[in-house]
Design a protein around this ligand. Structure first.
Ligand SMILES: Nc1ncnc2c1ncn2[C@@H]1O[C@H](COP(=O)(O)OP(=O)(O)OP(=O)(O)O)[C@@H](O)[C@H]1O
Length: 261
């Protein structure tokens, strides 16, 4: 069953067509990766899904509801959350508070009331704390809950961002280059975490440059080049696709991106 669907989606920035008549279905419960050379339009696709941009043409629907016109701050309420290419944490706050902020974005109380701790908001606050601790346990970070975010290792900080995204109980998690900057051991842990999250029923849609990780965990892969989808299939099909190899060769990224045949 299709959870997220992009139908003929195009976005132009002046004369540049960043995403060009893209048709893509993300199936409920799958791990789908979107890959492509630098500037292919991958992050723009995430920005379209989260309503940061509106398509110039085409439509996007989620759970059979059109996303057109829904403001970004309401997207999480529909069950879509994302992480970003660069780490976006409150470095001077504790690990636990960083996760709770993810829940405040959706809570009725709102961040201001939660921080001022009005008595009427206490129950919601307690529930949020319990959910946040569970999310931290899930990402193997519970023992670090009172540490300041800035004291975590790089890999832990990236996992903390995922914990924060999970606390709002998404149906789909959009991960934008989750492995960027991680060392090989951190990547192995990350892969295990992504699989674990999917096994709870959350659909995973990821943009990633690390081909080893992509080929290892994705069930399906879609490939963008200059905004157009040039291939889609399982890892075996995609890694041997001529158009994909040419796109990476043409961009000079073949070696660094390590698509191995
Ligand atoms: N707000 C914007 N205004 C103008 N051009 C933009 C804007 N956002 C993206 N672009 C352009 O759209 C194209 C696609 O960018 P995008 O960031 O989606 O690529 P990407 O595949 O995510 O690249 P990378 O792998 O380097 O992150 C690029 O040429 C980029 O410069």
């Amino acid at each position: 069953m299709s959870l997220l669907s992009l139908h003929n989606v195009t976005i132009r920035f002046g004369g540049l067509t960043a995403v060009d008549t893209l048709n893509l279905e993300v199936q409920q419960g799958e791990i789908l990766a979107l890959i492509g050379p630098n500037g292919a339009g991958k992050s723009t696709v995430f920005n379209l899904i989260t309503s940061i941009y509106q398509p110039t043409e085409g439509k996007i629907s989620f759970d059979d509801k059109p996303l057109g016109g829904i403001p970004t701050h309401k997207i999480a309420d529909m069950g879509i959350t994302r992480t970003f290419q660069t780490i976006r944490l409150f470095s001077e706050l504790s690990v636990l508070d960083n996760v709770k902020i993810g829940g405040h974005c959706r809570g009725k109380a709102g961040l201001f009331h939660a921080l001022t701790r009005l008595p009427s908001m206490k129950r919601e606050e307690v529930e949020l704390e319990e959910k946040s601790i569970k999310a931290l346990e899930f990402l193997d970070l519970a023992s670090k809950r009172d540490e300041m975010a800035k004291n975590l290792s790089y890999g832990e900080q990236r996992r903390l961002e995922i914990a924060r995204a999970l606390v709002s109980k998404p149906k789909i998690l959009l991960l934008d280059e989750p492995a960027a900057g991680m060392n090989p051991q951190e990547k192995v842990v990350l892969m295990e975490m992504i699989r674990r999250i999917r096994d709870t029923g959350i659909t995973i849609f990821l943009v990633e440059h690390d081909m080893k990780l992509v080929m290892n965990i994705s069930e399906r892969i879609a490939v963008l080049d200059y905004g157009k989808k040039i291939a889609e299939g399982n890892p075996l099909e995609v890694r041997s696709n001529k158009a994909v190899i040419e796109a990476y060769l043409g961009s000079g990224q073949f070696k660094s991106r390590r698509i191995r045949r």
